[in-house]
Design a protein around this ligand. Sequence first.
Ligand code: PNS
Length: 165
Amino acid sequence: MASIAVCPGSFDPITYGHLDIIRRGSKVFEKVYVVLLNNSAKNPLFTVEERIHLIQEVTKDIPNVSVDTFSGLLVDYAKSVNATAILRGLRAVSDFEYEMQITSMNRFLNNDIETFFMMTNNQYSFLSSSIVKEAAKYNGRITELVPPIVEKELRLKFQDDVEKS
Ligand code: PNS
């Protein structure tokens, strides 16, 4: 049986923290589907198409990674691609409660799909899409935190905002 994992997230936008987990996951699992899902608690800056494009661009050199999007439950998507694993990154203790809740809910919904966590590299332990957007909004340095194409798109987003205001 092939080891297939889904790496879910809202990726608004993808950061080097996400990419680190995807890259390391691609060495453990035979196939990794990076799947963009809706997080109902978040109001995204980038459209689904924009986020997918950015994920595709920055993962295109990893042969066993595919990028997809799905409106619905993560476990239903996982089943549709025959994945038996969910891959998530864990940055700090502060992530634990949230991850515990969604892991338990996913297990409740489908007991055949196991969630695996990878500790984020220390250099990205403080990194989140939200904190990058905050820095970019006020023209802060984000070069070491996101791939160049993501930095470019963030700059354009916030430049548009300045021009509109
Ligand atoms: O990057 P995020 O925002 O922390 O990712 C959260 C995400 C998108 C993985 C989570 O909200 C999710 O799985 N959404 C899809 C709906 C679902 O299956 N929710 C979990 C069980 S209710």
